[in-house]
Design a protein around this ligand. Sequence first.
Ligand code: PGA
Length: 249
Amino acid sequence: MIRHPLIVANWKMHTTLADAMVLATSIRNGLEDIQHIEVVLCPPLTWLVPIAELIKHHPLNHLELGAQNIYQASEGAVTGEVAAVMLKHVCQYVLVGHSERVRLFGETPRVVSQKAVAVIDQGLKPIICVGEPDKTVRSKQVVAETLQTIVDLVPKNQHHQIVVAYEPVWAISTASGSEPATGEYAQAVCAEIRRLVGSNVPILYGGSVDSGNLAEFLHQEDIDGVLVGGASLKAKEFLKICEIASGMK
Ligand code: PGA
């Protein structure tokens, strides 16, 4: 069981270094007054080190960092990729299997699983993203099958290290005609995820989350937090999300 709502910011491929430092500083400072949540910022890879330095000088125990991706091998002739071991002292979490990586880079459940294991092997936590591409009556089944394939390859004694993010692809703000799932819809799928991963694994909802709809998701029994894309790029809006989430679970 997680203690507090987990709020993960996915900045994707946005921000200049200057933007990123301003955003991270504003969020860090705002979080001084917001307790009873856990926040993870996932900036673009190159900004992880300067942001880690920034946080190191003014640490907050409810603010941590995550990477948006890694390569599954620990080293080798893999031009352009970064191994989990290289991030070991820089961040605490790594997103794996985000739907944009599935769509743009063809990542399969097997690859996602290998990435999750590589992350765990370095003592970091993988945030395993799963979600059905289209709105369908079979959502629960599609998500459960994918997740089962991924977690089957993660040794059982390491399951307590994982976080699962349920992100229906059609609900992600950049998808054409996107709209957030309803709390009820998300809960039905998350209950199925809970059945697979048990009560110790935090389950997040992601897809067009903002300060207006956050409570609808966090009120659900099997949703322990949220993965926020677009709304995490505005410090004021993101801090509002954190404030509302504070102490909600
Ligand atoms: P969104 O993105 O909040 O902008 O919909 C979420 C995600 O893709 O992780």
